[in-house]
Design a protein around this ligand. Sequence first.
Ligand SMILES: Cc1cc2nc3c(=O)[nH]c(=O)nc-3n(C[C@H](O)[C@H](O)[C@H](O)COP(=O)(O)OP(=O)(O)OC[C@H]3O[C@@H](n4cnc5c(N)ncnc54)[C@H](O)[C@@H]3O)c2cc1C
Ligand code: FES
Length: 302
Amino acid sequence: MDYTLPKQDINKEPFMRHPPRYNRKGILMRTDKVYKCEITNIVELTPTEKLFHLKILNDKERRIFEFRPGQFVMLEVPGFGEVPISISSSSNNREYIELCVRKSGRTTNVLHKAQKGAKLGIRGPFGTSFPMEKMAGSNILLVAGGLGLAPLRAPIYWASEHRDEFEDVHILYGTKDPGQMLFTYQYEEWEKVDHIKLLTIVEEASKGWRGRTGLITDLFKEIDIAPDNTYAIVCGPPVMFKFVCDHLDGLGIPMNRMFVSLERRMHCGMGKCCRCMVGSTFTCVDGPVFDYWSVLNLKEAI
Ligand SMILES: Cc1cc2nc3c(=O)[nH]c(=O)nc-3n(C[C@H](O)[C@H](O)[C@H](O)COP(=O)(O)OP(=O)(O)OC[C@H]3O[C@@H](n4cnc5c(N)ncnc54)[C@H](O)[C@@H]3O)c2cc1C
Ligand code: FES
């Protein structure tokens, strides 16, 4: 018998079948796969926020990549780092994904200097999502503060694409000043084509601003909410969503029908490094989307 090992080509990577990965709820995850992407378009929304269109380069990978509203990706800027960013496009769009990124530190500053054609990597999609199917037949109230409109855009697309499944759809959006408003070019389409009622407000008016001035909770006076038939999705800084959710609670909307997206510093995005933990909860795997009841029961979540 011949016991010699087969000759190996050292230039070839060994064939190795990666064991499947499951999250803590037993759901199969494609977590460590990095999809190579190209920036196909950049829209400058404000001096600090840009919208990047990213196309996965491999056709087969692009076809299988799918996500749900509320999920995020780990975006790799080669040589600089990886950051968690919510997917801001329609889950129906299989050509490219859109990420709205604020220039806030090391990696995002470098990303803001990138041009069309630059190559990036994404891992994911990660995390929990907004239960859009469960909301069918009800009113949806989408409340966003500042950059919070970015993660809210995916459920807005969902609501427009399935408009006849929902009753009233309202968007309440507030920013510090008019210059910080995101996606202004879409407001008319949301209102006229998708029959979504949009109310905006700013804390400090600038010259030429003819809209409302005040706090986002002031907008609740202008809409009728049927508390027993409404789901709310609230995104923004923790201080804002606490105010808004407490207000909605006062109006009678059950806390398990209000959904928020929590932000924590993240490293792996897949429940391994413990960077994002709140108590024994992983924000990356058990969140980022939580109902408000669960958030209140998470110690130090807000
Ligand atoms: C689930 C999730 C979704 C997110 N979605 C978006 C999005 O759609 N668009 C977007 O612009 N940003 C989003 N963020 C925040 C984004 O990940 C951070 O702004 C980014 O990681 C900063 O990286 P940096 O290297 O540029 O900054 P750094 O140099 O690492 O930090 C700069 C500043 O940002 C703060 N920071 C860093 N990471 C976070 C974080 N995860 N949450 C809050 N503050 C942070 C730091 O404390 C520091 O003050 C999201 C974060 C999470 C967890
Ligand atoms: S980011 Fe590593 S465990 Fe959540």
